[in-house]
Design a protein around this ligand. Structure first.
Ligand code: GLU
Length: 289
């Protein structure tokens, strides 16, 4: 039975494309702590939409790693719950409905540009490591108000039309006031991919809304995505949750941890005999007031 009184509902949302590392551990541990400190619920959601890279093996090892760390959730793919399914690959019909709703509301247009086209059409020099800004080649704004007419062989991505030159602002629970400018910090973004997969932005907003998440806790690498997601919430007239982005864990060279660097995987730490408590103590010391 669904509870009508909304208390704190947080979530952890691993993508099973590799073993979890210290960075995930810290984020998920903070998420769990914020849920339990608020007397709320924690939801585990598996973000496995990228069928080419996601593996069952990683999903199972994430669950084992998080149990080992002492993180407990109230709803999830392994235990079910009132908002199931908690696995994104099983929720595609729902995402398609939301996509159609956005289309109906006039926020979506087809785009035949490949990644290479976007990179080449980018005129403004962008910082190394930052993504190219989509210049709006296929936007109706640049095509006499009309959608482009694709050829049979075109690979069509569907893009969300952002408002022009507008500041998107939000208060982050950890980093404070945030502000991103549309068409400068990001352009019209893909919400449905040419290979028939919903984008991360669309799936995550749909799930956080449907699962009645009140606070989204995740890594600071997703701060800019939050601005994009706020635009989706607005377009759908859904209420916007709170956000708390966690600082990223870096290695000794100051590089952000990636799933590729196996040395710092939780699995390898667990196997080497390190205790979960010694890892958690480190988070507590550095990041939680
Ligand atoms: N699935 C994403 C990840 O593993 C997290 C997305 C989110 O928390 O919004 O990095």
């Amino acid at each position: 039975m669904k509870n009508n009184i909304i208390t704190y509902r947080g979530r952890i949302a691993p993508t099973p494309t590799g073993h979890l590392h210290l960075g995930h551990a810290q984020t998920f541990w903070i998420a769990a702590k914020r849920a339990s400190d608020s007397g709320g619920k924690l939801i585990y959601r598996s973000e496995d939409l990228d069928y080419q890279r996601c593996k069952q093996e990683y999903h199972e090892s994430a669950i084992d790693d998080l149990h080992w760390l002492g993180i407990k959730w109230n709803e999830g793919p392994d235990i079910g719950g009132p908002y199931k399914p908690y696995t994104q690959s099983e929720r595609k019909n729902r995402y398609r409905k939301v996509f159609k709703e956005l289309q109906l509301r006039g926020f979506v247009y087809p785009c035949k540009c490949s990644r290479k086209d976007v990179a080449e059409a980018t005129t403004a020099p962008h910082k190394s490591g930052s993504e190219p800004l989509y210049p709006g080649t296929c936007s109706p704004i640049n095509n006499q108000g009309q959608d482009i007419i694709p050829n049979k062989k075109d690979k069509i991505n569907w893009r969300f039309r952002i408002p022009e030159g507008e500041y998107i602002e939000f208060e982050d629970g950890y980093f404070g006031a945030q502000r991103y400018l549309t068409n400068k910090d990001f352009g019209d973004f893909v919400i449905w991919r040419h290979d028939d997969i919903p984008s991360y932005q669309l799936a995550v907003v749909t799930d956080d809304h449907d699962m009645q998440i009140t606070e989204v806790v995740r890594g600071a690498d997703l701060l800019k995505c939050t601005a994009r997601q706020i635009l989706l919430y607005r377009a759908l007239e859904w209420s916007i949750p709170k956000f708390y982005h966690c600082p990223l864990v870096t290695d000794l060279n100051g590089q952000r941890l990636a799933k590729r660097s196996n040395a710092l995987s939780l699995l390898s730490m667990r196997k080497s005999g390190l205790s979960a408590q010694s890892i958690i103590n480190n988070f507590e010391l550095k990041n939680i007031e």
